[in-house]
Design a protein around this ligand. Structure first.
Ligand SMILES: [Zn+2]
Ligand SMILES: [Zn+2]
Length: 340
């Protein structure tokens, strides 16, 4: 049996995930997050006049109860699924960003007439399109996340991410394929529309600045703090900074089981859209005591059955009253309907 296509696919995905410097899980960005966390902990201990020992710092950064928890193991399974299998299973279902962009540029040309190519220097219009596409990414992320929390059918799939009881950078990958599929289609719609608009305004195809095909501003934030959003390390932006940027503490609040924190901080790198749409919760400077997860006693938590298959069954139960002729209440326990 010839295994070479399978092996080369596996190795290709592995290198795309870890070695591309612009990838969401690049080793370089993970090392950057580790160094930032290490430096910050060192600084905090020095300020308190405590001794700095590398072993103690490593223990604080990788507590055994978190690394070996069932929740972290489920994160690892989802990481494997999303890096190696998602593209094979769901790739065909995606809206094309190029198609959306082309259609928008064509529609604008038909409505307002063609435009001459811009006389601006390339670095101006490329910078403008880079910022525009980053804002479109953040807005698409916010909207998808908002719908995932507010629409009960979608919440069943997003709940998988919130069922993590400890946060590590791998939790970022703990997302159900249905959530991922809807997310990527919404992104294609938003980024494609923004790109088509940019192409029309500048009168020519404009290309954003990228690193490994990812928007360079997004990559900057991945290196700066996106990995730290899924850690137990309290780094909070307060004041005006907390209204613009989604610090690690902002996202930890998003995972909190405290009802005061439900449906808050839905952005990715920016807090801007949350601020504009009234879903912002600016964390305090001092650490807040948080518990993570949903329905802690849920059967099959952190298993394939509970996190991958059960969401389909629960979502189908929600659709049943719509399909049945006779109107009837959804037969879910009250606890299931709460939406953190
Ligand atoms: Zn969420
Ligand atoms: Zn999260």
């Amino acid at each position: 049996m010839d295994l070479s296509p399978g092996i080369s696919y596996f190795l290709g995905q592995l290198s795309r995930a870890f070695l591309d410097p612009g990838s969401h899980a690049s080793l370089l960005s993970l090392a950057g997050a580790f160094l930032i966390a290490f430096a910050l902990l060192t600084l905090r201990r020095l300020r308190k006049g405590r001794r700095v020992r590398v072993k103690a710092l490593l223990r604080a950064l990788f507590p055994r109860h978190i690394v070996s928890s069932k929740s972290s193991l489920a994160d690892l399974s989802y990481f494997y699924f999303n890096v190696f299998l998602f593209g094979l299973v769901f790739g065909w279902a995606l809206l094309s960003y190029e198609m959306v962009s082309h259609s928008v540029a064509q529609a604008l040309t038909a409505a307002f007439g063609p435009r001459q190519p811009t006389a601006l220097p390339p670095y101006i219009y490329r910078t403008a399109i880079t910022i525009l596409l980053f804002l479109a990414y953040e807005l698409g992320y916010w909207l998808n996340h908002y719908l995932s929390h507010r629409v009960p059918f979608l919440w069943e799939f997003h709940k998988v991410h919130h069922s993590a009881t400890v946060l590590t950078p791998l939790t970022n990958f703990r997302v159900h394929p249905v959530y991922m599929c809807i997310f990527l289609n919404i992104l294609a719609l938003f980024i494609g529309t923004a790109n088509g608009f940019g192409d029309y305004i500048f009168g020519q195809a404009t290309h954003q600045y990228v690193l490994s095909e990812n928007n360079i501003i997004l990559v900057f934030f991945i290196y700066l703090y996106v990995h730290l959003q899924h850690t137990q390390l309290w780094i909070s932006f307060t004041g005006w900074l907390g209204h613009l940027f989604m610090s690690p503490a902002h996202h930890q609040i998003h995972h909190s089981r405290n009802p005061a924190h439900f449906n808050k901080n839905l952005g990715s790198c920016l807090a801007l859209w949350d601020w504009m749409f009234g879903t912002l919760y600016v964390p305090a400077a001092a650490p807040e005591k948080l518990e993570f997860g949903v329905e802690p006693d849920r059967p099959y938590a952190h298993t394939m059955r509970g996190e991958l298959l059960a969401p389909f069954a629960r979502a189908a139960l929600l659709l049943k009253p719509l399909i049945d002729r006779r109107p009837q209440a959804v037969a879910l326990p009250a606890q299931e309907q709460k939406q953190p």
